[in-house]
Design a protein around this ligand. Structure first.
Ligand code: GDP
Length: 613
């Protein structure tokens, strides 16, 4: 079927036919589906005001626009849907418990601790862990694996609670952004001496958005000036009404430092779980869950902490986790003890994967290694396309012209490497959210876990001016040499906030600077001297600020500028040359301008770069 020409270009019309394309598809992919020549689609897009090449990944709008033009019903498939389709082709369903009601057994709640910086999240996670030492063999060394489980007794019953121990909501949001939800309950930590702060609200919003019930831990009650009642009052404004105020949210006063109220908090978590959630899973199926954290261990290779969400994970299982796959060689808990089986809500460190998965990647036990590898490969192929879509920014012709007019298109490109995938994703997420307006674009070329390698540096070189960010990682020797030789900027951070602040500043620095005039000093002319070869010089007294030699100046008479674009060419104090003279002092000022009169004012100023706000 040939189309009536669009802007003189021929392309087959769809007649409303549906075509499915993955997010991040190119015009070439589109052309493939409809049996058209890619070049003709490029031309059509050009007529529609967008310049894209045939193989470049385009965004959904562009695909829809082209679809509408050619009369196709374009369905852009999200990465999650696509993943589901990949799994379906292997007859695997992720996220569903097999069997019926009778197969479900209660599982422990999974808790994330959130709150404003310095309100005690880390301390609380430590304190909870320590109240539970009884459950641990003497001499066991606790390890940070990204999550831990504690045992407690609730209403006479032994119960467990799982805590994700990467505090803060960055990790939480990064996971959610990938469609993964690990958390059942959020503990919102608020310091009683500081009250509700911006990040408290942010954390609360994230919990609400994720539909996760909140238990409030009012911390630092040991401190002078602690006002737990005020915290309760403040939070009512945000819809969290304490039980004692007639609401349904549990508030628990604690001191993470002194270990006060920790048991009450655990109790409140279980009460909330029992009242608001139906936490059950089928333990008798092939395990499924999420990767919470992962990194490359020198001795052990890729290791990932996974949270089992349903089924039971066993040593020897074939698993696929994101793009990584393998056979579970060993499992360890947060005491470093080996574990043979992990049931629902249990976090374990898994050894035996071929690669480092990303935080939020799902893991699935499959019948054999071959299937695991095939799924992983299909996912990897899909992710490459999705990554390309993410980095490719569409420009309309208008935009392109505008940028050309302005002279330059500014873009800060980054390569992010970190010690664990959770922090890499959290950092990338946060960086991409920095808003510095339209002129500057931030692009992440590559991200990964582990030391900065030659590959990373080469990537930065290839895409000139890319900056490498090392979050708790350092470059390998050869990578460092290469970076030095080629002048590639590597920046090291160990605190996410610091990284965000600096990159934000860098982005602002890349914006074309705006200058503003700042007055540096004024001087009143008292006498006029005639100096041979120099001309007239003002005998003056500095009235405000400082007069500095070589600074820019203007001459003002009766409030009117009589001469501008002058420079302080000579500055003398008691016949000595001076570099600057401060307020209240007399001096001789030469401004290279002869028409000076008594009572004139010499004003000096400098151009300062205006900070962007
Ligand atoms: P985070 O940023 O929320 O993880 O906060 P931290 O757990 O690092 O705690 C911040 C500071 O508050 C540290 O100096 C802690 O020792 C202190 N802190 C935490 N909990 C308490 C508490 O219950 N009482 C007192 N007095 N100090 C606390």
């Amino acid at each position: 079927m040939q189309a009536p020409s669009i802007g003189g270009v021929q392309a087959p019309r769809g007649g409303g036919q549906t075509i499915r394309l993955p997010r991040g598809a190119s015009l070439s992919d589109f052309a493939d589906r409809i049996g058209a020549n890619p070049a003709s689609l490029v031309q059509i897009m050009l007529h529609l005001g967008e310049m894209v090449t045939a193989t470049q990944s385009v965004n959904e709008e562009t695909l829809q626009l082209l679809g509408a033009e050619l009369d196709y019903d374009v369905q852009v498939v999200s990465p999650e849907e696509e993943d589901r389709e990949i799994l379906e082709s292997f007859k695997i369903e992720f996220g569903e418990d097999e069997g019926d009601e009778g197969d479900l057994a209660p599982r422990p709640p999974v808790v994330t601790v959130m709150g404003h910086v310095d309100h005690g999240k880390t301390k609380l996670l430590d304190a909870i862990r320590h109240t539970n030492v009884v459950a641990r063999e003497a001499g066991g060394i606790t390890q940070h694996i990204g999550a831990y489980q504690v045992a407690t007794v609730h209403e006479g019953e032994p119960r467990k609670i799982t805590f994700i121990d990467t505090p803060g909501h960055e990790a939480f949001t990064a996971m959610r952004a990938r469609g993964a939800q690990a958390t059942d309950i959020a503990v919102l930590v608020v310091a009683a001496d500081d009250g509700v702060k911006p990040q408290t609200i942010e954390a609360l919003n994230h919990a609400h958005a994720a539909n996760v019930p909140v238990v409030v831990a009012v911390n630092k009650i040991d401190k002078e000036g602690a006002d737990p009642t005020k915290v309760r009052a403040q939070l009512t404004e945000y819809g969290l009404v304490a039980e004692e105020f007639g609401g349904s949210t549990l508030f628990v006063d604690i001191s993470a430092k002194e270990g006060i109220g920790i048991d009450n908090l655990l109790e409140a978590i279980l009460l909330t779980a029992d009242a608001e959630l139906d936490l059950r899973a089928n333990p008798d199926m092939d395990a499924q869950g999420l990767a919470i954290e992962a990194h490359l261990d020198k001795g052990r290779g890729p290791v990932a902490t996974v949270l089992v969400q349903r089924g039971t994970l066993r040593v020897g299982d074939s698993i696929v986790c994101g793009e990584a796959f393998g056979r579970v060689r060993a499992m360890l808990d947060d005491n470093g003890d080996t574990v043979e089986e992990a049931d629902p809500s249990r976090p374990v460190l898994v050894l035996g994967l071929t690669a480092v998965p990303r935080a939020g990647d799902n893991f699935i036990v499959v019948p054999d290694d071959r299937m695991a590898r095939q799924i992983a490969q299909q996912r990897a192929a899909r992710l490459r396309v999705a990554d390309m879509a993410r980095s490719g920014r569409r420009r309309t012709l208008e935009e392109l012209f505008k940028d050309l007019e302005k002279g330059q298109v500014e873009e800060l490109k980054l390569v992010i490497k970190g010690d664990v995938s959770g922090s890499v994703e959290a950092l990338e997420d946060a960086l991409l959210k920095i808003d510095v307006g339209e002129e500057v674009n931030l692009r992440v070329l590559h991200r990964g876990v582990g030391a900065i390698t030659e590959f990373d540096v080469n990537l930065a070189i290839a895409d000139d001016n890319a900056v490498i960010i090392g979050f708790n990682v350092r470059p390998e020797v050869r990578a460092r040499d290469l970076a030095e030789r080629e002048g590639v900027d590597i920046r090291y951070y160990s605190v996410i906030y610091q990284a965000i602040e600096e990159i934000e500043a860098a982005l602002k620095g890349m914006l074309k600077p705006e200058f503003e005039e700042v007055r540096t000093g004024t001087a009143e002319v008292r006498e006029v001297f005639k100096v041979p070869r120099i001309g007239n010089v003002a005998g003056a007294v500095v009235r405000t600020g400082t007069i500095t030699r070589n600074s820019k100046a203007r001459l003002i008479r009766d409030g009117v500028v009589v001469a501008d674009n002058l420079t302080v060419v000579s500055l003398r104090r008691f016949k000595e040359d001076a570099t600057e003279v401060r307020e209240g002092f007399e001096c001789g000022i030469g401004i290279g301008y002869n028409d000076i009169k008594i009572e004139d004012v010499i004003e000096t100023f400098e151009m300062q770069e205006k900070p962007r706000v």
